[in-house]
Design a protein around this ligand. Structure first.
Ligand SMILES: Nc1nc2c(ncn2[C@@H]2O[C@H](COP(=O)(O)OP(=O)(O)OP(=O)(O)O)[C@@H](O)[C@H]2O)c(=O)[nH]1
Ligand SMILES: [Mg+2]
Length: 385
């Protein structure tokens, strides 16, 4: 299980499955018509980061994901959902059944299509309108799921006298909310302590707080290859990608036509036509108005979700495990988490037996409350049973 699951949502035909396919390297149905996708697709994508193996001068041996010349690709779960339209949350289109595929996501990409049904390019204002309509559907679905069976739930509660935190933990179990998420919300916002007295407004308020603070929805504008004046959109705050380019890059990489997923220089093997196509993409990326999807995913994970990457090792001098594998694990943790949290992440037994940790760079001894820093290489010493 990865610590991160990112959903790709948006209107029909926005290019969600194309993006999913490019990120995960799996073939799924892509079509130039609405509702091509009829079932959610699950897969594994990657965030990237500078691998500490660059400091060692020796390549690492990732157990999961891979490393490309010092760029480490760390697995994250992805889910591609059927297109959302106005009324989806009440069952229109592909209906709300498929929205349930978003229930345990850590963040949701709202993929925007700059082209409307009449093949016209939308203005930034029109795109914002589109983005809001999808987000409203997601919010309505969330609220209605959260509010469902409310009577039954509150009736049960009347006999049990539990705290608001415990009640919310139960009620929001469907959304995989953690105790710390709920605690964070309750610390920042006021909600009526007795949940059985919550009205519709308060349920909506709770849902929207979860969506904005725990499960962010991030807008990403697709089909950047078709937009001539990208700068106009970037200036309005849009992040622009091209799923079409990403899919071509993925395929060119697998076919050995380019140096790397990040380094899209053509290799010898590419013919003249392929070379030109690759150079055209490279130039578009160099314009500074088109983003690579890995950078977007990484930014969502680091900035929106406030995550860091740490590397537990068995040997703090060679940065390897018992079998000599260098930096075998890259673990995504939350900012503010500690050495002890990392121990639990590695294994419950290691967490329970935690004695101390050692910083692989400074060789300093770290206590259980040491706050992890991004890119830390850490050895954990624990009592074994
Ligand atoms: N030019 C261009 N076309 C794209 C891009 N991304 C997707 N497309 C095209 O847009 C159409 C829809 O792509 P899909 O990936 O099936 O879209 P979707 O959002 O999954 O659609 P539904 O499953 O129906 O909701 C296809 O014809 C794609 O080739 C892009 O970045 N640029
Ligand atoms: Mg699709």
């Amino acid at each position: 299980m990865s610590a991160i699951k990112i959903g790709i949502a948006g209107k029909p035909n926005a290019g969600k499955s194309t993006l999913f396919s490019a990120i995960t390297g799996t073939m799924v149905a892509i079509g130039n018509y609405a509702f091509t996708t009829t079932q959610p697709n699950d897969g594994i994508g990657f965030m990237d980061t500078v691998c500490p193996d660059t400091e060692l001068g020796k390549p690492c041996n990732p157990r999961r994901g891979r490393c490309e010349n010092g760029t480490r690709f760390i697995p994250v779960e992805m889910v591609d959902v059927p297109g959302l339209i106005e009324g989806s949350s009440e069952g229109r289109g592909m209906g709300n059944m498929f929205m349930d595929a978003l229930r345990d996501t850590t963040a949701i990409i709202n993929l925007l299509d700059p082209i409307n049904e009449e093949k016209q390019i939308l203005s930034p204002e029109e795109l914002i309108h589109d983005a809001e309509s999808t987000e409203n559907e997601i919010m309505r679905w969330f609220t209605s799921r959260f509010s469902s069976d409310w009577e039954k739930f509150t009736r049960k509660l009347l006999q049990s006298h539990i705290t608001l935190e415990e009640a919310l933990l139960q009620k929001a179990a469907f959304f995989n909310l953690k105790q710390k998420d709920i605690r964070e919300i309750l610390q920042k916002h006021h909600f009526t302590e007795d949940i059985t007295k919550w009205n519709e407004d308060e349920k909506r308020e709770f849902s929207s707080t979860v969506m904005s603070e725990i499960r962010p929805i991030v807008r990403v504008l697709n089909k950047g290859d078709l937009i001539e004046n990208r700068k106009q959109y970037v200036d309005k705050g849009f992040v622009i990608i091209s799923s079409d380019y990403e899919l071509s890059i993925e395929r060119a990489f697998n076919g050995g036509l380019i140096e790397g997923i990040k380094d899209i220089r053509p290799r010898e093997k590419a013919n003249q036509k392929q070379r030109e196509a690759i150079q055209k993409m490279d130039m578009d990326y160099r314009s500074g108005t088109l983003s690579r999807i890995f950078d977007v995913l990484t930014d969502i994970i680091r900035t929106d979700l406030k995550k860091i990457v740490v590397y537990p090792v068995y040997d703090e001098t060679k940065w390897c495990d018992k079998d000599g594998n260098i930096l075998p694990d890259a673990i995504i943790m939350s900012q503010g988490q500690t050495a002890e949290d990392l121990a639990y992440e590695v294994h419950t037994d290691i967490g329970e037996g935690f004695i101390r940790a050692i910083n692989g760079r400074t060789k300093m001894i770290l206590g259980r409350n040491y706050e992890l820093k991004d890119s830390d290489v850490i050895r954990i010493i624990a009592r074994t049973k």
